[in-house]
Design a protein around this ligand. Structure first.
Ligand code: NAP
Length: 308
């Protein structure tokens, strides 16, 4: 079967760091073009914009939208209308409600829409889900603290409305949480700190729960220098499990169960190939809905101005 011919749209940090090597390492898909206003790849067809690509794209089957979330809905709509399969980086959009029409458009055109959550492909996530499926959970603490200057250097879009601020990385924790807990979770309280000169939060604290009343707390910070923290600690009737390094490592009462190099994006592309071949879509909005609810429910405070 011929490989899926894919175009990357928005050749920025994540496209270079993760998408390009993962596509090269995945059977059944190949990088055929790039659409990016200010960047190109040697040896790969280049278009300045998605519209230019779609106007001349008979040999392109799919697009991976690696642009900021604020522009992705219009791009996904155009790509689906042109008959392309669409892979969305996380978060899948700037709002929850904009995704419904995209799901309908994918269904109507018989194309795949894949809202990716890369952290769900981390190696310790499935073992954690299996562990928790059989044990009563007592409490959950999430600590997601990273240095925005390292991971999002100079990115202004992240501070604009729809850019999510500290929730841009923290939504990865929520994507893991909603994958490994046995029941749906909801936000019970939130506190968001906004720099005086920015429209998105730089730190937050969340309370969440589920119908069984499990207390879940999340501490999020975008200014952590030194060692970075992407941990979820869960107390259960059978002791404590700790998912750390963003889901690459799992420890149960001090015993290491999983400690693997992450290959999240290879998992994403293998799944995309499977979805396209099977004529299916995969769009789970639960993590984005939790972020939206944190913004709805959150108390706000003012933080120091932020500059890169
Ligand atoms: P980025 O470095 O800013 O790259 C995004 C690219 O999209 C830019 O280089 C730009 O390329 C293009 N773009 C920017 N604004 C645009 C606009 N208004 N219209 C059209 N194209 C525009 O951002 P990134 O870090 O790669 O993040 C992109 C997405 O990946 C985000 O949703 C983020 O949450 C997700 N992600 C990021 C990371 C990470 O560690 N950075 C990790 C996982 C997922 P041109 O100027 O060349 O068009």
């Amino acid at each position: 079967m011929a490989p899926i011919r894919l175009a990357i749209v928005g050749l920025g940090k994540i496209a270079r760091d993760q998408h390009i090597p993962a596509i090269a390492a995945t059977e059944g898909i190949e990088l055929a073009a790039v659409a990016s206003r200010n960047a190109a790849l040697d040896g790969v067809a280049h278009f300045a914009t998605l519209d230019d690509l779609l106007a001349d794209s008979a040999d392109i089957d799919a697009v991976a939208l690696c642009t900021p979330p604020q522009v992705r809905r219009a791009q996904a709509e155009a790509a689906l209308a042109a008959g392309k399969h669409v892979l969305l980086e996380k978060p899948p959009g700037a709002t929850v409600s904009e995704l419904g029409p995209l799901v309908a458009a994918a269904e109507a055109s018989g194309r795949t829409l894949f809202a990716t959550w890369h952290s769900r492909f981390a190696p310790a996530v499935e073992p954690a889900r299996t562990f928790l499926a059989e044990r009563a959970i007592r409490s959950v603490i999430i600590e997601w603290k990273e240095d925005v200057r390292v991971w999002h250097p100079g990115q202004e879009w992240i501070w604009e409305p729809g850019g999510l601020g500290v929730f841009d990385p923290a939504i990865n924790a929520l994507s893991i949480l909603t994958q490994i807990l046995p029941r749906p979770v909801f936000v019970t309280k939130a506190h968001l700190a906004f720099p005086t000169n920015r429209d998105a939060p730089i730190a937050a604290e969340l309370g969440l729960s589920d119908v069984a009343g499990i207390p879940i707390r999340a501490e999020l910070d975008f200014l952590q220098t030194g060692p970075q923290t992407w941990d979820i600690r869960i107390e259960t009737e059978a002791g404590q499990i700790v998912l750390s390094s963003g889901g690459a490592r799992l420890v149960h009462d001090g015993a290491v169960l999983v400690d693997e190099k992450e290959a999240e994006y290879r998992g994403i592309y293998a799944r995309f190939v499977e979805l396209v071949r099977g004529g299916r879509s995969d769009v789970d909005l639960a993590p984005l809905a939790l972020v939206a609810d944190a913004f709805l429910l959150g108390r706000r405070s003012i933080a120091e101005p932020f500059e890169y």
